[in-house]
Design a protein around this ligand. Structure first.
Ligand SMILES: Nc1ncnc2c1ncn2[C@@H]1O[C@H](COP(=O)(O)OP(=O)(O)OP(=O)(O)O)[C@@H](O)[C@H]1O
Length: 611
């Protein structure tokens, strides 16, 4: 072999071993996780694994003792006691092995259930700490989706395989110990014949690993298409626009593309597995012949021969089990790396701890605030400055995409400004204790959540401390104009909403919005109320009345309203007009009308439409 070739082979072997070792990267953590889930079950599994690993070698040794004592008894004419005693021992050993295996499978089943729950809880707890920007980051979202998808199976499968590997390795050590009595060469042959299949397995497992990783966008697209086809909230549009077959086709095409790749890899893996497996068989039969000759020539006893052959055969099957365990561990490893990457996703620490600001009655100030979404090229807001005093009602006006919702997201600290400052009572938002800050703000977004809960709970979520307080539901529903229609529902406040659960009722868009508004009225401790187009599905009259109520009922509170209806907007104390992320006008309705700028133009345009 040329020097270059030799170097290549060595570097390939080195690479394979490094890759082999990397399969264990998460073993420690996976075992810790399982241990945390149930120390007792984990300890039992570990002990049983050890016993199940060593017992087969013991059984093989007892087999040898049986044959040797039978041969001795037959040739010397002594009684069968010794042979029978060994038969008894072997029977006990086999029973113990069966018990161990059964115990292992019972413990593993229990662990699987517990571990699934532990991992799901870890994922959900982590999800609660993510910021909105994390949810909007496709990579993080992807990690979370995949982590959740296989949460209940992968960690245990990984741990089972790790334990399985330990078990097989223990077996291999024990077999090698027995075989060494015959010849060190046999052990050498066993090991050398195993190297080619090992190299092939790691090479193909590596390829499978890379394919898996590369495909994650396609997998995500598949999950998305599944959702579109199978979820009730999309069903309406998918059916009416006859999109089903198109989506299914896309789904199918992705599968076929992936399958092609999978099939090629599986075929190549199978072919090489078979060819290299033949090498092991050759080695086995070569050694078989060698052992047989040794027995014929009287070098070893018949019992020895039986034991060596059994041990050799079992050693081989242990080895192939080890190989497939390593192959499977790569896949699990990928999952675990995903899980841990997700669980270790850095969350910026909530910095602030303040519960009050230096100027208690100062309200909210935006000072030269600019903001660009992560990965966006254009800023969504540029240099915004305004002051909202306690009790003041402020309306935000602007075309679609002008930055109104973004401004609310900054005020509620779902995002941090890229530059400039937002102050509440004279203190920057980031200095405030985040929980305290959130308690002071009540927001109803245009896409507020329609929980598939009871009507009352849908209102109650506005104040988590009074989630189930019926009296509070009623007061809030009256203020949000939802009470009259709730009375007509089959079980009033106890009517189940949505279609996911039994006997659920669906509401109209406007009725849902009244529920949303009532939710805002639950937030009695909040002194800043934000209404981001919560009334768009209501008729103009209802919207007018709602805002009128807000003015009356939220007299001392700051209200920030986003609406495209100028009849409502004009009631605000101050109106801010945004255009392409910039504040272009601000003032009262009459001031802005007098100025004859953008607001006046839009107002006149809309008023003309109503005439
Ligand atoms: N999560 C996001 N990531 C990146 N860009 C975003 C995101 N949300 C909004 N944008 C962009 O920021 C700009 C402002 O959007 P915003 O939702 O604040 O507008 P808006 O005034 O509330 O519009 P509308 O009246 O349609 O509700 C738009 O150009 C939009 O494309």
């Amino acid at each position: 072999m040329r020097r270059r070739d030799r170097q290549n082979v060595f570097s390939q072997i080195r690479q394979s071993f490094r890759f082999g070792l990397s399969a264990f990267k998460y073993s420690k953590r996976a075992v810790q996780l399982v241990w945390k889930t149930s120390p007792i079950l984990t300890a039992i599994v570990a002990i049983l694994t050890g016993i199940a690993g060593l017992l087969p070698a013991g059984i093989a040794y007892l087999g040898k003792l049986i044959i040797d004592s039978v041969v001795t008894a037959a040739s010397s004419g002594t009684g069968p006691q010794t042979a029978l005693m060994y038969v008894g021992f072997e029977a006990i050993a086999v029973m113990m092995l069966t018990l161990c295996q059964r115990g292992l499978s019972v413990c593993q089943s229990l662990l699987r259930v517990l571990l699934g729950q532990t991992v799901n809880e870890l994922i959900l707890e982590k999800a609660l700490t993510l910021s909105l920007s994390h949810f909007e980051d496709s990579e993080v979202y992807d990690k979370m989706t995949r982590a959740r998808r296989e949460a209940s199976s992968r960690p245990l499968s990984f741990v089972n395989r790790t334990f399985g590997l330990v078990q097989e390795t223990l077996g291999l050590v024990a077999y090698s110990g027995l075989l060494l009595q015959f010849s060190g060469w046999v052990v050498g042959v066993l090991a050398i014949a195993a190297i080619p299949p090992f190299l092939a397995e790691t090479k193909f497992a590596g390829a499978a690993f890379r394919v898996f990783k590369r495909r994650s966008p396609e997998t995500r697209e598949q999950i998305y298409l599944e959702t579109l086809i199978a979820r009730e909230d999309y069903a309406k549009e998918v059916q009416l626009y006859q999109l089903g077959p198109v989506f299914l086709n896309r789904y199918r095409n992705i599968f076929h593309r992936l399958y092609q790749e999978d099939r090629n890899l599986t075929l190549r893996r199978g072919f090489w597995g078979y060819v290299l497996g033949l090498l092991s068989s050759l080695a086995f039969y070569g050694t078989y012949a060698w052992i047989a000759i040794a027995a014929i020539s009287g070098g070893i006893t018949l019992g020895d021969m039986t034991m060596y052959l059994m041990v050799f055969r079992q050693g081989q099957s242990s080895f192939s089990a080890t190989l497939s365990a390593i192959g499977g561990m790569y896949e699990d490893n990928l999952y675990l790396s995903n899980l841990y990457e997700f669980l270790e996703q850095e969350i910026p620490l909530a910095e602030g701890s303040a519960n009050q600001g230096p100027i208690p009655q100062d309200g909210v100030r935006f000072q030269n605030v600019s903001f660009t979404y992560p990965d966006a090229t254009q800023p969504a807001l540029t240099d915004i400055t305004f002051h909202l005093k306690p009790g003041e009602k402020l309306a935000l006006v602007g075309q679609n995409g002008s930055g109104k919702t973004t401004l609310i997201k900054l005020l509620t600290r779902l995002y941090e400004p890229s530059s400039g400052q937002i102050l509440l009572d004279g203190l920057e938002l980031r200095e405030w204790d985040i929980n305290h800050l959130r308690q002071r703000i009540g927001v109803i977004f245009q896409d507020f959540v329609r929980y598939q809960f009871l009507v009352g709970e849908n209102i109650g979520v506005g104040d988590v401390d009074s989630l189930e307080d019926e009296t509070r539901w009623k007061t809030a529903a009256e203020k949000g104009m939802a009470e009259p229609f709730i009375q007509t529902l089959p079980q009033g406040f106890y009517t189940q909403l949505g279609r996911w659960f039994k006997s659920g009722t669906e509401l109209s868009g406007g009725q849902w919005q009244k529920i949303g508004l009532s939710r805002a009225f639950m937030r009695i401790k909040a002194d800043i109320l934000v209404l981001d187009e919560p009334t768009s599905a209501m008729d103009a009259e209802a919207e007018f009345e709602i805002f009128e109520r807000f003015r009356r009922l939220a007299k001392d509170r700051m209200v920030l309203l986003i609406s495209h209806r100028f009849s409502t907007v004009r009631m605000a104390d101050t109106i801010i007009v945004l255009e392409a992320g910039k504040l272009i006008e601000s003032g009262t309705h009459s001031e802005l009308m007098q100025a004859e700028g953008r607001y006046a133009k839009l107002f006149t345009l809309q008023a003309a439409g109503y005439q």
